[in-house]
Write a protein of this length. Structure first.
Length: 596
């Protein structure tokens, strides 16, 4: 059919076109928030656009990058402007999410369907929240109670907000600039320099590239010499925003942008790229496209399989293109290989699974690889979305990881092994569900799923083995030993051994199709423990922070895989028995009257 041939290209083109629409700048507003968001600042050890800082801060505090208030949607940039220059407005905005009943009781609040509260509501209870948080802080993260973890999280969010609020003088920057050089003013400026969350004043010509100043430091320096021109421009920006003067706001923003381009010209293009990356949200768009591909494939099982199956593949390919574009953008922005932390590992594992799925679908053309790849891509990007809640996902590298060579070789290679092992397990899950739920099982499709699983396990063994060997060489260079039975090293070894056991069991005839599929599903358990379980333990040279929030999610995932493993081992008796009974009943039924 000619239409069936056009469908995948049409689905691909429409999906990519829709994704490109998100790159377009927002609709004109009274204030040029796009230009404001492009201003560079230094925070967390790296230069970033203020748009990234605003999004990350609001994500930490509220868990979202925008919110509804007063009948309108407030973007992260508009919220940060309110915090910096209209704190009386920002204090009344419901941005603090509190779910824990004991923390709510501590603040005299009741649980409701809207767990968001303003700073003004919480302000009378900040002292008690701080006292409880300081009591919980010395306790090891693994030993804290639910309340202790929740109250510490709430206090950290309140303190972040308080620091942002005082970064630009608490809305009084113009008054601070005009304050006389008196001891009281100097003390206030010292306090501002200590509380400031980010540094908006780029280094003057001749100074080191990292000599950015916060507002308090620039005020103190101005008291002993010439005032940095960034401060008056920033004060005019704040006055224009608070005074509802869009033209003045635009002039001040342009002045600050010109100063930044003159002092840090290399940052101008970088921050512009990052703003476009933030606006387009490629991994969110990719997640949506993978979900649409899954839905189209499910629909193909009921109606127009030839057309919808191809359309699903077109959507999957479009998702892969968007996913790849986001991955390449992160590489260019960071100047690093694709995997630098847990967040980026989730993004990369999903990408590996999707690309392998696209290749498998082009080989077998049965729709199963499309389903597996779309499900894997969607699931891993969901994991990445939740891992992004801690703030900046492009943070500075830890010293032990600060090696582009080993990040590009060991980390990337072993992560490809992770992705391939998960893909093999996901194909095995499809085999299991199809075997028990389908009334009729096509032997050709069953054989294709078995061949896919075998090929992907071979691929996974190669990359996990090479990645583990490279990791040993890196460990020798970093710590003076190739192997130390570190939990992460043990996890990597288990992945290699398990994939090798699967292949040897198949070659030796110890496990046939059903056993191989069950073993592939168990590979998901081993890989998840190596990937996330290390941080659960909180020990070893590869542990980069205890992750108590992910414990229940990981436990639930492992439990689900064990259930599917047991299902894979069960014989296919239910549907077979039912079909046999239907056939016997039809044969024994009396012929209708008048029939021949």
């Amino acid at each position: 059919m000619k239409i069936a041939r056009i469908v995948p290209w049409a689905a691909f083109g429409l999906a990519v076109a829709a994704a490109l629409l998100s790159v377009l700048p927002p609709r004109p507003a009274p204030f040029d928030l796009d230009a404001f968001g492009r201003l560079p600042v230094l925070e967390g050890g790296r230069v970033k656009p203020i748009d990234s800082l605003a999004r990350n801060s609001l994500l930490i505090i509220r868990g979202q990058q925008s919110f509804a208030s007063g009948g309108r949607t407030v973007s992260a940039d508009a919220w940060l402007l309110d915090v910096l220059f209209r704190p009386e407005v920002a204090d009344r905005q419901p941005i603090f999410r509190i779910d824990d009943p004991d923390v709510l009781a501590l603040a005299g609040l009741k649980q409701s369907s809207q767990p968001y509260f303003s700073f003004a509501t919480l302000a009378p209870y900040v002292g008690e929240i701080e006292r409880q948080a300081h009591a919980a802080e010395p306790i090891d993260a693994r030993a804290r109670t639910r309340f202790q973890s929740a109250v510490l999280t709430t206090f950290n969010r309140l303190y972040l907000y308080y620091r942002l609020r005082n970064t630009a003088g608490g809305g009084r920057l113009a008054a601070e600039i005009g304050a006389p050089s008196a001891p009281a003013a100097a003390e206030r400026h010292r306090l501002l320099s200590q509380l400031a969350y980010f540094r908006p004043v780029p280094p003057s010509p001749g100074k080191p590239a990292d000599a950015w100043q916060n507002v308090g430091e620039a005020l103190l320096a101005g008291a002993n010499g010439a005032l940095d021109p960034c401060l008056p421009a920033l004060a005019r920006l704040g006055q224009a925003y608070a005074g509802a003067d869009p033209a003045g706001f635009e002039r001040a923003t342009a002045e600050l942008g010109a100063i930044a381009r003159e002092r840090v010209p290399a940052a101008a293009g970088q921050v512009g790229h990052e703003v476009v990356f933030n606006r387009s949200q490629p991994f969110y768009v990719g997640m949506v496209l993978y979900l649409l591909a899954l839905l189209a494939l499910f629909a193909s099982w009921l109606w127009k399989p030839e057309v919808l199956q191809r359309g699903a593949f077109g959507l999957l390919a479009a998702g892969a293109v968007v996913h790849t574009a986001g991955l390449v953008s992160r590489i260019l922005l960071q100047g690093r290989p694709p995997v630098t932390n847990l967040y980026s590992s989730a993004v990369f594992v999903g990408w590996v699974a999707v690309i392998l799925g696209v290749v498998l679908e082009r080989i077998y053309r049965r729709g199963f690889a499309t389903a597996v790849a779309a499900a894997a891509g969607f699931a891993t990007l969901i994991v990445a979305h939740h891992l992004a809640g801690d703030g900046d996902t492009m943070e500075m590298m830890r010293a032990v990881l600060d090696s582009n060579f080993w990040l590009a070789t060991h980390v990337t290679t072993i992560t490809i092994g992770y992705g391939a092992t998960f893909l093999a397990g996901t194909i095995a899950i499809v085999w299991t569900l199809r075997r028990h739920l389908a009334k009729r099982v096509d032997e050709g499709s069953t054989k294709a799923l078995g061949s896919m699983t075998y090929g992907v396990v071979c691929f996974a063994l190669l990359f996990s083995f090479v990645g583990t060997v490279l990791g040993g060489i890196w460990a020798d260079q970093s710590w003076g030993r190739f192997w130390g039975w570190d939990p992460k090293e043990n996890g990597a070894l288990l992945i290699v051994l398990w994939n090798a056991i699967i292949l040897h069991s198949r070659w030796g005839g110890y496990a046939r199709e059903r056993g191989i599929m069950a073993m592939a599903i168990f590979g998901n358990v081993i890989t998840s423990l190596s990937w996330f379980g290390v941080n659960m333990l909180g020990v070893g040279l590869h542990s980069y922070g205890f992750m108590d929030k992910a414990f229940y999610a990981l436990s639930g995932f492992i439990a689900s895989q064990l259930v599917l493993l047991a299902l894979a081992l069960l014989p296919r008796r239910f549907w077979a028995g039912r079909a046999a009974r239907e056939v016997e009943g039809a044969a024994a039924a009396p012929a209708p009257v008048g029939s021949k």
